[in-house]
Structures are given as C-alpha cells and as structure tokens.
Design a protein around this ligand. Structure first.
Ligand code: NAD
Length: 436
C-alpha cells in the first residue's frame, strides 16, 4: 500500500518506519526542514532502541521517503496518518490547531479517495471536526478514522510491531477494509483489532493513559503512607501485584510520571469532563499528587542538610524515563529548578538526554561526561531516571568521589541492605531510610 504519515516525531517516525517494514511505500511529511533533511540523509532524529536499524534498511530499499511538501507527500496515498502534536492549550484542553490545520490543507489537495487516520491523541468529537475541515474543500470522497496510538517511548518499535491491541474507530466499511489490510501483519499472533465508533476510540486513548497515570499515582500515595506508617512499599507492591485483578505492572512508586503523554492527556480528559459539566474528581487528585511527587525528594534532601545553599548535588538521569532522550515534563527538570531555587549547584549526567536539557537550562547547571564524573566533589547523589546503567554501577569507582556517601533515590534502583553495607546514607520512595 502507499501510505503517508504527516508529522514525523516520536509517533510519526515509528509509524512510518514500521509500516515500511511490512512492505508498504511510506512518505513521511514534516514542516521541519532540518529534520527532513537529516532523515533523508540517513540520520535518525530521535533516540529509540531498534529504530535506527529498521529506518536505515527501509530508507535504503526505497520504501521510506521524507518531504516537507504535503501535496507531494500524500500523492497516491491510500491512507494518510496524522501524527501531529496535540499540546495542552492554556486551559488544559488539547490544542487541535495542528490537526485541523493540516486537515484543512488536505481537503484542498486530495486527488482521489483516501482514508485520513487520526493517530494523534485527540478529544472526543475530533474525527467530526477533521471530517468538516477536509470536507469544506474536498472534491473527492474520503473517510476519517480514529486509530489512537499506544506505543511507549523506549520500547516503541516493539509496541508498534507487536501491539497488545489495535483500536480502530470508524463508521465506514471501506475504510475498515483498508485498515484491516494494513494492520494484518501486526496482529498475526491473535492480538485483537478492536473496531468501534470514532468517539469511543478517541475516549479509549484518554481512558488508557488516565488509568495508568492514576495507577502510578495511587502507588505513590501508598508509598507516602508507608513512610508515615513505617512500612515498606516494595513489600506492599509484591503483596498486591500477585492479585491478577491488580497485576504486577505499573506498581512501582517513584518521583511521578512525566513525558509528553500522561500529563497532557490527564489534563485534557479532565478539561473534556468539565466541558460536559462533569467534575472528574479522581483526575483532579492524580494531577495534584503527581505535581508534588516530581519534587518529593527535595524536602527530604533539605531535611538532611538543613540548608541547601552552596550544596553541590549530582543528578543521575534527566529523561522522563529510561531509554529515551525525551525530557518533556521530566521530573528531573522540576528537581533541578527546585534545587537551584534553594541555592544548590547541580551536575547532571544522562546517557541520552543531555543535549535536550542543555537547550532548556543552558549553563545553569553543569553536565558530566559520565555518571562517575558527575559525583566529583558533590555532597549527595540524586537519582531521577532508572537507566539500567545506574542499577548496578561500579561502586568501587564511586568511592571517594562524593564528599559524603549520601544518595536520594527517586526510582528505588538500589536495595537498602546493600547501601547499608556500602556505608551510604540512603533515602528512597516509600522505604525506610538507611543510615550507615
Ligand atoms: P512530536 O512533537 O514528537 O512530533 C510531531 C511532529 O509533527 C514534529 O516533528 C513537528 O515538526 C511535526 N509537525 C508540526 N506541525 C506540522 C505540520 N503542519 N505538518 C507536518 N508536520 C508538522 O509528537 P509525538 O510525540 O510524535 O506525538 C504526536 C501525537 O501522538 C500527539 O497527539 C501525542 O499525544 C500522540 N502520542 C504520542 C506518544 C508518544 O509516546 N510520544 C504515544 C502515543 C500517542
């Protein structure tokens, strides 16, 4: 099939590459000339494990193309995906200007029947708005489908190639048949394609993200209770995770969720509820608790030192989660801001996200070449992202670098007894502090 993907960011590039991988001819469109030039030249623009290999192969075999020209990009495409940003507007609702702007343009340039698929996360009713925006100028028939994307950054290729389920919202049999054909290679193991109406598909994506955000937040509150009641959240987590109704995943407490999706999607669903006169109380709490959680370690650090003025803090991890360079809404950024406000100095290390953070914080903090150099002369180490390389570091190489052996761990990457044996003062989330 011939496919176009409009918007070549995290979702668009993975979508385009994975559809090319199953034999389709894909053209990815983006307004960012620099990004398109790089991609055309064989340089990948995001860090996503496993993507570079597929990207290069499909580029080489001429199944993957890039352009900034929308008309050229969609020429001959049977299916056109919109993988455009839907950032929060001022009132928290999803900003649809990218999606509707491109839809308006599509109406003018469509030359033959095509299925326009919304892959962006959009509020209920957007498919109708997209249909109207295209229909205003369209001279040919078209269908609009809602096909929300559930991939997770860091494992996006795997998630896309082997999805738990594919959700397709459409009221058109013609569009359904094309979507079925396109997705057939991805659901060969029996993972379902769930067909539904467009509105339900749109809400499904928000329901999934809001549920997961609430699950994390619930555990973060249980962790706070553990600290107050002298219990250990790891034990509680294991104790409840064995219950199939609860499940083992998404039960790890930490310094809150971040990223480009959960925060904005929870906010957007909350706003959607307000718009229909519903006060979505759980989501209000989820947002409040998560906001506090991002800087939850800072009062602990302050309590330990008394005053943070002049203190030098080493920070491991900047990305909002491991295996990505994405720093959107990353807790580390909030920690940096809070520490600087308290008068501390920060030296940070992250395996992939340092360039992105440099662009945001400039020279307000320093960056280290590796995780061990970040510790040189620091008064404490703070861990904000659970990169694998932080889990079993070379503790010998760490010896003598920190002024004092003090660690505040926002991702519970170490075990208390191990830290005690190594002589560290160690605080984590929802577990008893360890004193050397
Ligand atoms: P992104 O910011 O990484 O990518 C968006 C791309 O669209 C950028 O490259 C931008 O230059 C381009 N763009 C903007 N305006 C354009 C235009 N007029 N024409 C062509 N290109 C244009 O965003 P993303 O993370 O890929 O997210 C896209 C959508 O997918 C959002 O709605 C998001 O909520 C949703 N989503 C994201 C993820 C994720 O993990 N990132 C997962 C599922 C769903």
């Amino acid at each position: 099939m011939r496919i176009a993907v409009v918007g070549t960011g995290y979702v668009g590039l993975v979508t385009g590459t994975c559809f090319a991988e199953t034999g389709n001819t894909v053209t990815c469109v983006d307004i960012d000339q620099k990004k398109v030039d790089k991609l055309k030249g064989g340089t990948i623009t995001i860090y996503e494990p496993g993507l570079d290999h597929l990207f290069l192969r499909n580029l080489k075999e001429s199944r993957l193309h890039f352009t900034t020209n929308l008309a050229e990009g969609i020429k001959g495409a049977q299916i056109i995906f919109l993988a455009l940003p839907t950032p929060p507007g001022e009132d928290g609702s999803a900003d649809l200007s990218y999606v509707l702007g491109v839809s308006g343009q599509l109406g003018k340039i469509l030359e033959a029947y095509a299925v326009i698929v919304d892959k962006s996360t959009v509020p209920v009713g957007t498919a109708d708005k997209v249909r109207d925006a295209i229909g205003k100028n369209a001279k040919v028939e078209f269908d609009v489908v809602s096909n929300p994307e559930f991939l997770r950054e860091g494992v996006a290729v795997d998630d896309f190639m082997k999805p738990d389920r594919v959700v397709i919202g459409t009221s058109s049999e013609r569009a359904k048949a094309l979507m079925q054909q396109l997705y057939a290679p991805f659901v060969r193991q029996g993972n379902p394609i769930v067909y539904m109406d467009e509105r339900s598909a749109e809400l499904t994506k928000y329901a999934a993200n809001a549920f997961l955000a609430a699950k994390i937040t619930f555990m973060n509150e249980i962790a706070r209770m553990c600290e107050r009641l002298d219990a250990d959240v790891d034990m509680v987590r294991r104790g409840i995770g064995g219950d199939e109704r609860i499940g083992k995943r998404f039960l790890f407490p930490g310094i809150g969720y971040g990223g480009s999706c959960f925060p904005k999607d929870v906010q957007a669903l909350f706003k959607s509820a307000e718009d229909v006169d519903y006060d979505f109380r759980i989501l209000r709490s989820v947002m409040e608790v998560n906001q506090e959680q991002k800087t939850y370690l800072v009062p602990k650090i302050k309590r330990y030192f008394g005053d943070l003025k002049g203190k030098h803090i080493a920070l491991w991890g900047l990305a909002f989660k491991p295996n990505t360079d994405d720093i959107r809404e990353a807790p580390a950024l909030y920690i940096i801001e809070a520490l600087l406000k308290e008068g501390a100095r920060v030296t940070a290390f992250d395996p992939e996200a340092m360039e992105n953070v440099k662009r945001v914080v400039g020279d307000k903090i320093t960056f280290a070449d590796n995780q061990y150099d970040a510790l040189n002369g620091a008064d404490a180490l703070v861990i904000a992202t659970e990169w694998s390389a932080f889990r079993t570091p070379d503790f010998e190489a760490m010896e003598g670098k920190l002024n004092k052996k003090v660690i505040f761990d926002g991702r519970n990457v170490f075990e208390g007894p191990q830290m005690k044996a190594l002589g560290y003062y160690y605080e984590s989330i929802g577990r008893r502090p360890v004193k050397p």
